[in-house]
Design a protein around this ligand. Structure first.
Ligand code: G3P
Ligand code: CA
Length: 257
């Protein structure tokens, strides 16, 4: 990385494990998160929803249909019903028995470990309970809370000024550099400190935008890195690393630039 002196944050890209390591393990399960940690991920990304009885669980989709052997919306099922589901068997029989983790379980697994938890709020109304659970676990310094919804970030910052936050945006919305800058300025007012952006093809990177954000203390990451190709262009533009389904390509092997 010596050719990228701007990237002073690390000797290699900062690597975030997107939903664990879903290329080789069932996404958003404890086995997947443990694999991400074992492979040396710097951050472990996860998604949160709330059950019918008000418990925070780890799942990407609004329903349990795709990743478990059950059906229904997370918010219409109780924790007991969700914990009875199998979140591993659809990925492979060797993962049968994996449960949908609770957020508490996820936090407890990584308490005291050298990894940052990149926690995405997927639904409205999660903020207070999520903050309570993070505070109860004593893990304010170990999490970054992120969302596509700027209102979630604002609420989080109102609840706690210390916790790190991130704003997610897709390449489509906001679509132009100007719109991105406007959104970024709003996020700065809310106190967001990190930024993750989509650039599916890595061909429409905007170095201007990335540098603007860096100069204001934002860390730019790009999601979702799934192609076995160099990440050098993104690093050169100032991105600190990928949010990837393939942690094993980036931490367990020499970096391809
Ligand atoms: O961390 C970024 C990424 O997770 C956002 O997209 O749909 O995978 O949650 P999604
Ligand atoms: Ca996510």
């Amino acid at each position: 990385l010596s050719q990228y002196p701007e990237n002073t944050l690390a000797q290699r890209p900062i690597v975030a494990a997107h939903r664990g390591v879903p290329s080789i393990t069932p996404e958003n399960t404890m086995v997947s998160y443990r694999k991400a940690y074992e492979l040396g991920a710097d951050l472990i990304e996860t998604d949160l929803h709330m059950t019918k009885d008000g418990k925070v669980v780890v799942m990407h989709d609004y329903t349990v249909d795709r990743t478990t052997n059950g059906t229904g919306a997370v918010k219409e099922l109780t924790l007991e019903q969700i914990r009875a589901l199998d979140a591993g068997v659809k990925f492979g029989p060797e993962f049968a028995g994996e449960k949908v983790p609770t957020f508490e379980e996820f936090l407890a697994e990584f308490k005291g470990k050298d990894v940052v938890l990149l926690v995405e709020l997927k639904a409205d109304g999660l903020e207070k309970q999520v903050m309570n659970e993070i505070e109860a676990a004593g893990m304010i310094d170990h999490v970054l809370l992120q969302s596509f919804n700027s209102n979630h970030i604002r609420t989080i910052r109102e609840l706690n000024r210390e916790v790190g936050t991130g704003y997610l945006y897709s390449s489509a919305v906001p679509s132009t550099t100007d719109q991105r800058l406007q959104k970024a300025q709003q996020m700065m007012q809310y106190g967001a400190s990190m930024n993750a952006s989509l650039n599916a093809s890595y061909g429409s990177l905007s170095p201007e935008f990335i540098q603007y954000m860096r100069q204001r203390g934002f860390l730019n990451m790009h999601w979702t890195f799934r192609a076995e190709e160099p990440f050098g262009d993104a690093l050169e533009a100032g991105v600190i690393g990928p949010i990837t389904d393939y942690v094993q390509w980036l931490t367990d092997a020499p970096i391809r630039l």
